[in-house]
Design a protein around this ligand. Structure first.
Ligand SMILES: NC(=O)c1ccc[n+]([C@@H]2O[C@H](COP(=O)([O-])OP(=O)(O)OC[C@H]3O[C@@H](n4cnc5c(N)ncnc54)[C@H](OP(=O)(O)O)[C@@H]3O)[C@@H](O)[C@H]2O)c1
Length: 292
């Protein structure tokens, strides 16, 4: 098996495409619906992974739209969120077990309930207790990965943001709106520690090089709310901050998926291996430099 080759799902997505851009030392083999592999179809997943010389499977494919997943909850195990996120992962796990490949799974801060007071963080040792359906499916997938009979690594990330990609996450959505002098109403009572996207390939490379297994958090060092994010953007880009007004989770996420109060992740475990993760303020400076 080729140690420098990674076969991956979700490599065309927001996170995956940046991993491919920043880790040229690896060769990547993409599997997605666009290459004819739907991860919910077991036989094709098994065949494709068996036929690959890669020693690592990086599994990122998921239904990632949190509110879209919530709408699937009524369909339970027959809904798309469960099929892609849980059954799809079960197929990947089985293929890794059959081939002895190492499995790296990308998960989320949302597996935690988010009921900690501000200033506290969740460590890898703490028990998840997801509050919405997306997070429930991601946690079920984590459990399958952790129980796999092959070496596994779970990397939990939080609200990743990046400068350039066709799918715009919240940071670029806020930048665009404020730049165009549009008023925005943003949540003030939902805190998280956003992952600067370039830290994900950095962490992945380190974790693979040092042959780690188990769970690692890879998030920013600073807890922010969408309201703080918008304010920091206005300050950094000299936009009019009077365009930003506050709302609450209760109002904003009404009839949507529940989000916890404080999802902040603790990064000590990975930082002890020798990397320093980017705070949101530093990340925003990088975004400003990278924006094209
Ligand atoms: N973005 C976030 O805010 C965030 C936060 C925390 C954790 N995460 C996790 O990070 C990972 C990557 O997220 P992302 O935002 O980069 O994802 P994304 O941009 O939404 O991309 C999703 C990827 O999954 C693939 N995919 C979806 N359904 C598939 C299927 N049935 N079979 C094969 N491939 C399928 C898509 O490829 P095709 O459409 O070509 O098949 C696409 O490459 C996910 O596991 C997500 O749960 C994301």
């Amino acid at each position: 098996m080729d140690k420098n080759k990674i076969i991956g799902t979700g490599l065309t997505g927001l996170v995956g495409s940046r991993i491919v851009e920043l880790l040229p030392q690896f060769s990547f083999e993409n599997i997605s619906r666009s290459t004819g592999v739907d991860i919910t179809k077991k036989e094709i997943v098994l065949e494709t992974i068996k036929n690959s010389s890669a020693s690592i499977v990086l599994h990122m494919a998921a239904k990632t739209n949190v509110d879209g997943c919530e709408a699937d909850k009524q369909f339970g195990e027959n809904g798309e969120a469960w099929k892609i996120n849980v059954l799809g992962t079960a197929n990947i796990v089985e293929a890794c077990e059959k081939t002895g490949k190492k499995l790296v799974y990308i998960s989320t801060d949302m597996v935690f309930p988010g009921d900690k007071p501000l200033g506290e963080t969740y460590s890898e040792e703490e028990m998840p207790n997801p509050k919405n359906w997306y997070a429930t499916t991601k946690y079920q997938a984590e459990r399958l990965v952790s129980a796999a009979q092959t070496p596994t690594l779970i990397i939990r990330i939080a609200y990743p943001y990046r400068a350039n990609f066709e799918k715009k996450e919240y940071v670029r959505v806020f930048i665009d709106l404020l730049k165009n002098q549009k008023a925005i109403k943003v949540v003030e009572d939902h805190y998280f520690t956003p992952t600067f996207i370039d830290d994900i390939p950095l962490a992945l490379d380190l974790l693979l090089k040092t042959n780690q297994t188990g769970i690692f958090h890879v998030a920013g060092k600073e807890a922010v709310s969408p309201f703080i994010v918008a304010q920091k953007i206005a300050e950094m880009f000299n936009f009019d901050s009077s365009l930003i007004t506050k709302t609450t989770r209760e109002e904003y996420f009404k009839n949507k998926a529940i989000r916890g109060f404080n999802l902040s992740l603790n990064n000590d475990k990975i930082e002890k291996l020798g990397i320093s993760l980017t705070s949101f303020s530093q990340g925003l400076e990088e975004i400003k430099k990278q924006l094209v």
